[in-house]
Design a protein around this ligand. Sequence first.
Ligand SMILES: Cc1cc2nc3c(=O)[nH]c(=O)nc-3n(C[C@H](O)[C@H](O)[C@H](O)COP(=O)(O)OP(=O)(O)OC[C@H]3O[C@@H](n4cnc5c(N)ncnc54)[C@H](O)[C@@H]3O)c2cc1C
Ligand code: SF4
Length: 294
Amino acid sequence: MGKPTGFKEFNRELPGKQPVEQRLKHYNEFVEKFSDEKLNQQSARCMNCGVPFCHNGCPLGNVIPEFNDAVYRKNWKEAYDILTSTNNFPEFTGRICPAPCETACVLGINQPAITIEEIEKHIIEIAFEKSYVTPKKPNLRSGKKVAVIGSGPAGLAAAAQLNYAGHSVTVFERDDAPGGLLRYGIPDFKLEKWVIDRRIAVMEEEGIVFKYHSNVGINVNINDLLREYNAIVLAGGSTVPRNLNIPGRDLNGVHFAMDFLKQNNKRIAGKDLLANAIIESNILEKELTATGKT
Ligand SMILES: Cc1cc2nc3c(=O)[nH]c(=O)nc-3n(C[C@H](O)[C@H](O)[C@H](O)COP(=O)(O)OP(=O)(O)OC[C@H]3O[C@@H](n4cnc5c(N)ncnc54)[C@H](O)[C@@H]3O)c2cc1C
Ligand code: SF4
């Protein structure tokens, strides 16, 4: 526990946000950074509870009081090691997780909860700045090959863990880039896409192979995968929208979120929407011809 009286001395604070008039001019993230002093104060609020309910509140089981303590002592390497012992991608969760850990925080019973998510984000960003995040290649390869279908957070986490275990992993993604909904669902103002690219570069260095425009069941044959790989992970997510029967659903301009967000995120990334659509329709046409369905 960093500072036994911390929770009495400091109030919960969050980093500042860019003024609205600036935010209106771009699509990027707008939450500013904590200063070292603020980070120190916010981590000092953690009480290191006898039963840290935040552990269970976090779906990953992050060991939160321990990394808060390391942050208070400004031991960034230790904080990074603790955080990544349970979390493959703190730079994603630190930006977009709904933070059920904070709802479970004991201090939240009668005071505002610890700012766990922001602390998490700062630990990983500082770790990247200080070059603690380096590719972790397995010492031994098992000789087994695993295909991961889908490069959303589920596929990426499975790929990372299987690779650490020594298996040779190939990720098949039907889209033109990795990340699943991280890339084409969640807008840049919550998660800028260089954050995904930075992580993919580390994973590639670790030996994971990514194949894009590879739509399993369309232009990649599942039987070929079954022959070539020892195991297959299905991490295709779900892009099936719920067509809610609510007043106004039929009005002009009311669209499914992903129909709008996907093309908008591609546009913001500077992608050629027409070229993308042509590639996708060529893949489909090839498969239909190959299977005699045209
Ligand atoms: C608009 C929106 C906002 C969201 N905001 C948040 C948020 O703020 N915080 C939060 O925690 N969660 C949020 N979510 C939810 C979160 O994004 C999802 O829970 C998460 O992305 C699911 O991960 P996944 O890996 O299972 O699937 P996905 O992210 O959907 O990834 C699946 C991947 O598999 C690929 N794929 C599918 N079929 C095939 C195939 N046959 N061959 C090859 N590739 C295939 C897809 O192209 C996709 O890239 C949001 C979701 C949406 C839609
Ligand atoms: S914000 Fe981080 S620590 Fe909290 S629940 Fe999400 S992943 Fe877990």
